[in-house]
Design a protein around this ligand. Structure first.
Ligand code: PLP
Length: 400
């Protein structure tokens, strides 16, 4: 009988994937479900990007590429970091993989061993702790309460650092809260990090173009250039260009780390899809109208959904700076009783009540390391968001 290796036994299947599958199952069984679990844009990949992929196929770009990506894609990535963040990277400081997820996993695989500690601010993207555990590391979860805007403070960071700390993971705008750091906040975190030169920083900026504030988005390495040889900046085309299925992510960082990631990549997948790389290179360097237009749509949805949720007694929602998720607080419904006589004691109880009671699929805050909250995706039509808000409102009003 097959027995999985301990690294598999130690981790779990992504709860967001599992919840999305459950919503799909219920829908297939004929239940009327408004699915608010989706972690990908509801827009189609832009037509001009698809055309670039067709053209690449016609040119015969259908073979293995260099392990670290095609020269065209590396050039487009370097150009994008330069244009948007004024960051300069050399060719040997760039790697490309099958999604930012693969790059993050490879970065940890390339560096973590023997229980090395990785600081993960909570609420966190569900995959970070398991990726650390799968690579023999120890996630050190630091709770970042709503009173601090769900953000890591310099004091909390200082307290979490030990001689065994290898990485700090920062993700802004964040999945699940949409919170992002100001330049001043990044500088304050930078001060702490400069005092601890053994700590590397994984800056997961996958949502950085889904940005709602007036001031431009910034990132740790731009705010604190002295950290440049310790920051791995990861990004990808999935979220900004509605290209989740194309599976292209990338990173910029210190050359020795990039070389280690590429060495693993050479044995793992050789390279990401050549056609997808051509499409991604085009997306990053062509006209950016799609990005700007989609952000306007997300912002309208955010404003509508936040206003609706904040008008429901018992719920409250911090307004996200970016990304396409809301993370409303549901402390006000804890201890209340459903029409069926069940007491809601946890955020999992609440999301199950929403699913069974009114057909809204959401994710419990516990999966993201902070309770009592729930995550709603707004990467869905305004009509679906309106229905979800109506249903959540009636569900909460029905509680005793
Ligand atoms: N990082 C965060 C915070 C995410 O939410 C996601 C996707 O859900 C990813 C990384 C991975 O993106 P991809 O692998 O599609 O590039």
């Amino acid at each position: 009988n097959f027995v999985a290796a301990s690294r598999v036994a130690r981790i779990k299947i992504s709860p967001s994937t599992a919840a999305a599958a459950r919503a799909r199952e219920l829908k297939a069984a004929g239940k009327d479900i408004v699915d608010m679990t989706v972690g990908e844009p509801d827009f189609d990949t832009p037509e001009n990007v698809k055309a670039a992929a067709h053209a690449a196929i016609d040119r015969g770009e259908t073979k293995y590429t260099a392990v670290n990506g095609t020269p065209a894609l590396r050039k487009a990535i370097i150009g994008d970091f330069q244009r948007r963040l004024s960051l300069q990277y050399a060719d040997n400081e760039i790697c490309v993989g099958g999604g930012a997820k693969q790059i993050l996993f490879l970065a940890l695989m390339a560096s973590v061993e023997n229980g090395a500690e990785v600081i993960v601010p909570a609420p966190y993207w569900v995959s970070y702790p398991d990726m650390v555990i799968a690579n023999d590391g120890k996630p050190v979860i630091v709770e970042c309460p709503q009173e601090q805007g769900f953000k890591l403070t310099p004091e909390a960071l200082e307290k979490a650092i030990t001689p065994k700390t290898l990485w700090l993971i920062l993700n802004a705008p964040s999945n699940p809260t949409g919170a992002a750091y100001t330049r001043q906040e990044l500088e304050a975190l930078g001060e702490v990090l400069l005092r601890h030169p053994h700590v590397f920083i994984l800056s997961d900026d996958i949502y950085d173009q889904v940005w709602f504030r007036d001031e431009p988005m910034t990132t740790l390495v731009a705010a604190v250039p002295a950290l440049k040889d310790r920051v791995l900046l990861t990004n990808g085309v999935s979220k900004s260009y509605a290209m989740t299925g194309w599976r292209i992510g990338y990173a910029a960082g210190p050359a020795p780390l990039i070389a280690a990631i590429n060495k693993l990549q050479s044995q793992m997948s050789s390279c990401p899809s050549s056609v997808s790389q051509a499409a991604a290179a085009y997306a990053l360097s062509a006209d950016q109208t799609f990005v700007h237009d989609s952000v306007k749509v997300y912002k309208d949805r955010r404003d509508y959904a936040c206003a609706r949720l904040n008008a429901i007694p018992g719920l409250s929602c911090q307004v996200p700076d970016g990304a396409f998720y809301l993370f409303p607080n549901c402390a006000g419904v804890m201890g209340r009783t459903t029409p069926e006589g069940r007491v809601i004691e946890t955020d999992l109880d609440f999301v199950l009540y929403l699913l069974d009671g009114v057909g809204v699929a959401a994710l419990q805050g516990a999966a993201y390391g902070l309770s009592p909250y729930f995550r709603l995706s707004i990467a869905t039509s305004l009509e679906a968001i309106r229905q979800a808000c109506d249903r959540i409102e009636s569900a909460v009003r029905a509680l005793r």
